[in-house]
Design a protein around this ligand. Structure first.
Ligand SMILES: [Cu+2]
Length: 470
């Protein structure tokens, strides 16, 4: 390949990708050598060196799988295997994935391409790969038991079909799904249009990521696969904030973000500072007449959404799931709300028994962002992320779209924090503070009631958090 990407560290892997044309017929009859990637960094887009040209996507904290061209067929080699994924700095999870990573690499092809995918199963149980959203022969759909026998451990199966329609797709097992998806087996698939498409605009930057979720006890490494809804790690491409890279763009870039949801709940995805249009789903590009501006779009379970906007406002714009419990990391959330509760007496009693007992949440939960509370080894802090003005108090499904006028075209390097022009940051008021006006008709002034209770009753609200379902 002309584009020798720095992640192709293995010489063999580089040879496979670089010299497809020179490979002998004997080698072509063999499997394409699997290409692995173990770093969680966002890799630069993989510019195609064979086949029709297209504008490649950028996989957030991920990469695109190189292919080899074999008699006009694009050949890929996916290896299903156990992987270690760094979910955020200092926190590693033992997952299952493909080619060294969870999620697996993004596969990018062009409408009309004939694609052959070798899938080698290095797991301890059988698997299969379902190509979510694709038009293909029924026997290539990857539903074990229904359309094919499952791929036994240690075996390699071949899938082959033509990528018939352009769009945003994903792949995942359709065998022991509950286990294999809870363990992180999934990946993105993009089929680019073969020519200008009336409903697919050209963009300057095209980002992709999958929404996924894990239940990993603090201090543990392996997800609890029996969890149905109460996950404690809400991730993008198996990363949690502050481990998620920013989406870096140049001012006035047209930006597309493609999102797929393989969690067990919906995620209202919210962008600050810009309005976007939903331009596509896993069903294909949306008709122009159906598009209206939004700043939040819900991505339901098993759905994909592609959003587009003109990045014409400079700054560090938050981009996150709007469910506030999804922008937090592992926590015991069977914790009662303590705001406004005076527990001095209780604490005195408890510290007689447990000297290190610590009260949480008396003034809110913001203290958690900066608290130097000892965490078990290998645990992501609950809400953290140092920003230029202090803790961002976020975890989970949170990142930023960083818009900069001096970002070079094609440069995805983090430009650091936005430098706000003078006078454009919220500031403290230090003048006189008159009493703020308050609504004065509370209870019975505008509508006098004769039989009001004589004594004022103050209601203590205690939010139930025990059996919370997302
Ligand atoms: Cu969410």
């Amino acid at each position: 390949m002309t584009n020798r990407r720095n992640f192709l560290t293995g010489a063999g892997a580089l040879t496979t990708a670089a010299c497809a044309a020179a490979v002998s017929r004997v080698a072509m009859a063999a499997l394409p050598e699997p290409i692995l990637q173990t770093k969680p960094d966002t890799m630069p887009p993989l510019v195609p060196s064979t086949g029709r040209p297209y504008n490649p996507v950028v996989t957030l904290n991920g990469w695109t799988l190189p292919w080899r061209m074999n008699n006009g067929v694009k050949e890929f080699h996916l290896v299903a295997e156990p992987v270690v994924r760094e979910m955020s700095p200092g926190f590693k999870a033992h997952l299952w994935g493909y080619n060294g990573q969870s999620p697996g690499p993004t596969i990018e092809v062009v409408e009309g391409d004939r694609v052959r995918i070798f899938v080698t199963n290095k797991l301890t149980e059988h698997t299969s790969v379902h190509w979510h959203g694709q038009r293909l022969p029924n026997g290539m759909d990857g539903v074990s038991g229904l359309t094919q026998p499952a791929i036994p451990a240690g075996k390699t199966f071949v899938y082959e079909f033509v990528a018939r329609r352009p769009g945003t797709f994903m792949y995942h097992p359709h065998a022991d799904e509950m286990t294999q998806m809870a363990m992180g087996m999934m990946g993105f698939w993009i089929t680019h249009p073969k020519a200008r498409h009336p409903l697919i605009d050209e963009v300057n930057r095209d980002f992709v990521f999958l929404l996924n979720a894990y239940d990993i006890d603090p201090g543990a490494y392996t997800p609890k696969i029996m969890t149905m809804l109460d996950f404690n790690l809400w991730s993008w491409n198996s990363r949690v904030f502050p481990g998620i890279d920013p989406l870096v763009v140049r001012k006035n870039d047209k930006v597309r973000i493609r999102i797929g949801n393989l969690t067990m709940t919906n995620h209202p995805m919210h962008l600050h500072g810009h309005e976007f249009l939903v331009t596509g789903t896993d069903g294909g590009p949306t008709p122009k007449s159906t598009r209206w501006p939004e700043v939040t779009t819900d991505v339901a379970v098993g759905q994909m959404r592609q959003i587009e906007f003109l990045a014409d406002e400079e700054g560090d714009w938050a981009f996150h799931c709007h469910k506030s419990h999804h922008t937090m990391n592992a926590m015991g959330h069977d914790v009662p709300t303590m705001i406004g509760v005076d527990h001095r007496k209780v604490v005195r009693d408890i510290t007689n028994v447990i000297p290190d007992y610590m009260v949480m949440g008396e003034r809110g939960m913001a203290d958690m962002g900066e608290m130097e509370m000892p965490l078990p080894d290998n645990t992501a802090p609950m809400m953290t992320g140092a920003g230029p003005f202090g803790s961002v108090e976020m975890g989970g499904m949170f990142s930023m779209v960083k818009v900069r006028k001096d970002q070079k075209p094609g440069d995805y390097k983090d430009p650091g924090w936005y430098k706000h022009p003078a006078g454009e940051v919220a500031y403290e008021w230090t003048g006189a503070l008159p009493n703020p006006a308050r609504f004065a008709a509370e209870g019975g002034k505008s509508m006098p009631v004769q039989n009001m209770p004589a004594k004022e009753v103050e209601v203590q609200v205690r939010k139930p958090m025990g059996n919370m379902k997302h």
